[in-house]
Structure formats: structure tokens, C-alpha cells
Design a protein around this ligand. Structure first.
Ligand code: HXC
Ligand code: NAP
Length: 300
């Protein structure tokens, strides 16, 4: 990211200690960089501990400050508790959480096995709740302020054909955001969400656009009125607005940042209805190769 395009002053986030789940790669890494650049202490977690370590090193070399990597699988409630015990004991209470970790892949729903559904729902639906619940209850017990952003998709409003487990799980996290914004406001806790349109990352592109036409589907003038994908600083500026001090009255909102794509063309994968068996098989083979390569790097 070009950090000169951040619209906020240096030092804005100096009183923040923020955990970004899935912060070792993609959008999580970009948000971690933005928070760090503006003065926050940042914690990142993922199953590939080595990837998080590399990211922490890279960001600290670039900006100084403190980025702490954690190997943690958010599908495992006990692993979340252990990580947060360590953060609270060694560093102090978090002030913010970004629920960014997710799993996703395109598939015809009739081709999904139960394990395929669970692979996504256990990360996005369950893992996001486990993390939010563990950290939220620490904030309530400790009487400290807290702020949560969840990274969703625009499918929470109009559905996600060919990514049904993701669309269902993200919609549930949207409901969690609206519910806890009300229920836990009395404890000084806030909940908002961001629904990005296409911001190409390796993790997303290899699982949602594994074919030769994939990139074109994401940003062509017909799909996106602005004729382009998102730029990372645009997303990070929105995350800072929601996570940093100064706009605390925003609570319970899910904000799209998609160049008006979902208004114009649904912003989802409805065009994949045209694919035949061969295209789906090729997509599955490519996605499986990506999954296996990532799996080989997991340390938890
Ligand atoms: C059908 C598939 C499949 C595919 C996997 N499965 N890929 N089924 N089509 N393409 C099935 C497998 O066959 C298996 O079921 C089950 O899913 C579990 O597979 P595993 O590889 O063992 O899963 P696991 O190790 O738990 O990995 C989880 C994962 C993986 C979700 C499958 O992709 C992952 O770890 N992803 C993390 C990163 C990620 O997805 N990033 C993208 C986020 S982008 P069987 O029955 O065969 O055993 C995003 C963007 C949204 O969300 C918006 C864009 C505009
Ligand atoms: P990504 O790079 O693949 O990010 C996903 C991250 O989640 C990875 O770092 C992964 O790390 C982590 N993760 C997955 N399962 C986990 C688990 N069980 N425990 C801990 N960490 C886990 O993809 P991305 O594009 O940046 O996506 C980030 C977020 O943005 C996701 O919520 C996605 O749905 C959302 N989003 C992205 C786009 C886009 O265009 N890129 C659009 C809309 C929404 P490990 O594999 O090491 O665990």
C-alpha cells in the first residue's frame, strides 16, 4: 500500500492495541500496516505462524513500532483463549479487534460436501463468534473500552450464488454486528463492519477467480461502474475511520466499499451459472492445489 495516501495524521492510533485476525496476508496485512503507521500496537494471527512472523518483521522494518505475530486457529475456542491470555498478560488489554480471517471458494452448491460447508462456516461463522465472544467478555469484565470491525461482503444484502457457505456465514456476522452494537453499547463496546467489493489478493483471486477470465469478472466496466477494483489505501482509510478515535458515534453499521458494484450488477458470482462441468472441475482442481500449498505451511 502507498501509505502516503492515508488520510489520517501520524500518531492518531497511538493509544490503540489492535488484533487483526488473518493479518499475515491480504487485506488483514494492509489494515495492520495502516494501523501501525498511525501509531497502534498491532497483533496478527493465522494458522501459518511463519507467514505471520514474516509479515510482522516486514512491517516493523518498514515503519518501526510493534507488530506481534501469533499462530492461532480461530476455529479452536481454546486456542483463542490461550492467545488472548498471552496478549493480556504480556502486552495489556486489546482496544480493538478486526474480524478479517475467512475461508472461501467458488463451488456449485450441489457439488459441496458437508465437510466443504463446514470448512468455511467453521472459520467465518463460528470462529468469528468465538473470537468476538472471548475478547468481548474480557472487555466487559475489565471495564475497558473496545471496538470491533468485521470484514464482510456485499452478499450479506443480496445473497451469494456459488459461494453459499460464505454468504450465509457473513450474513450471520452482519447480524452479530447489529445485535452486539445494541446489546454491548452499555459497556462502551462498538461494532461495525466493512463490505468490500473486489480488492485483489492472492488468497481471494486463487479461490474465487481461478480461471483465465477471473480478473475481468471482478473489474470490467460492466461489472463495476467505476471500471476498476479497489485500491488498498481506500479500504484502510475506511478501517481507520471506524477503528480510530473521533467517529465513535458510528455503531452497528455495515459500510460497502465497492465502487457501487453491487448496486449496478449484484456484485456476486451469478454469471457462473454459464459454466459447465469441465469449467467447474478445472476450478476445483486449481483451488485444491492452492489449499494444499497453504495447508503445508500451517503450524497450528
Ligand atoms: C468443492 C471444496 C473445494 C472446492 C475445498 N473443498 N475446496 N469443495 N469445491 N473448490 C472441500 C474439500 O473437498 C473438503 O471436503 C472440504 O472442502 C475441506 O477441505 P480442506 O482443504 O481440508 O479444508 P481446510 O484445510 O479446512 O481449508 C479451508 C478452506 C481453504 C476454506 C477450504 O480454502 C482455506 O484455508 N482458506 C483460507 C483463505 C481463503 O479462503 N481466503 C479467501 C478469502 S476471500 P471433502 O468432503 O472432500 O473432504 C473472500 C472474498 C470474498 O472471502 C469477496 C470477493 C469479492
Ligand atoms: P486472504 O489473504 O486469503 O486472507 C484470509 C486470512 O485468513 C489468511 O491470512 C488466513 O491465514 C486467515 N485464516 C483463514 N482461516 C483461519 C483460521 N481458521 N484461523 C486463523 N486465521 C485464518 O484473503 P483476503 O482477500 O485478504 O480476505 C480477507 C478478508 O476480506 C476475508 O474476510 C474476506 O472474506 C474479505 N473480503 C475480501 C475481498 C477481496 O476482494 N479480497 C472482498 C470482500 C471481502 P492462514 O491460512 O495462515 O490461517
Amino acid at each position: 500500500m502507498d501509505t502516503s495516501k492515508l488520510m489520517f495524521r501520524d500518531g492518531l492510533m497511538k493509544d490503540e492495541r489492535i488484533l487483526v485476525t488473518g493479518g499475515g496476508t491480504g487485506l488483514g496485512k494492509e489494515m495492520a500496516e495502516g494501523f501501525l503507521k498511525l501509531g497502534a500496537e498491532v497483533h496478527i494471527c493465522g494458522r501459518r505462524g511463519g507467514v505471520c512472523e514474516e509479515t510482522a518483521k516486514e512491517l516493523m522494518e518498514k515503519h518501526g513500532g510493534k507488530v506481534v505475530p501469533h499462530a492461532c486457529d480461530i476455529r479452536v475456542a481454546e486456542a483463542i483463549t490461550d492467545m488472548n491470555d498471552e496478549i493480556w498478560a504480556k502486552h495489556g488489554p486489546l482496544t480493538g479487534l478486526v474480524n478479517n480471517a475467512a475461508g472461501n471458494f467458488i463451488s456449485r452448491t450441489e457439488d459441496l460436501s458437508i465437510r466443504g460447508f463446514d470448512a468455511i462456516a467453521n472459520i467465518v461463522f463460528r470462529g468469528t463468534f468465538y473470537m468476538t465472544h472471548d475478547i468481548g467478555t474480557r472487555w466487559i469484565k475489565g471495564g475497558t473500552r473496545g471496538n470491533v470491525i468485521s470484514i464482510l461482503t456485499t452478499w450479506v444484502w443480496n445473497g451469494g450464488p456459488f459461494v453459499v457457505p460464505s454468504a450465509m456465514s457473513k450474513a450471520a456476522v452482519n447480524t452479530m454486528t447489529q445485535s452486539l452494537a445494541v446489546e454491548w453499547a452499555r459497556y462502551g463496546l462498538r461494532f461495525n463492519a466493512i463490505a468490500p467489493g473486489p480488492f485483489p489478493t492472492e488468497g481471494m483471486s486463487k479461490r474465487l477467480a481461478p480461471d483465465a477470465d477471473g480478473a475481468k469478472r471482478m473489474d470490467s466496466g460492466t461489472a463495476n461502474p467505476m471500471g476498476r477494483v479497489g485500491e488498498m489505501h481506500e479500504l484502510v482509510n475506511l478501517a481507520v475511520l471506524l477503528m480510530g478515535p473521533g467517529a465513535e458515534y458510528i455503531n452497528g453499521q455495515t459500510i460497502a466499499i465497492d465502487g457501487a458494484m453491487y448496486n449496478a450488477s449484484g456484485g456476486n458470482f451469478s454469471q457462473l451459472a454459464a459454466w459447465g462441468d469441465d469449467q467447474w472441475q478445472a476450478a476445483k482442481d486449481a483451488i485444491t492445489a492452492t489449499n494444499n500449498a497453504d495447508k503445508a505451511q500451517r503450524t497450528v
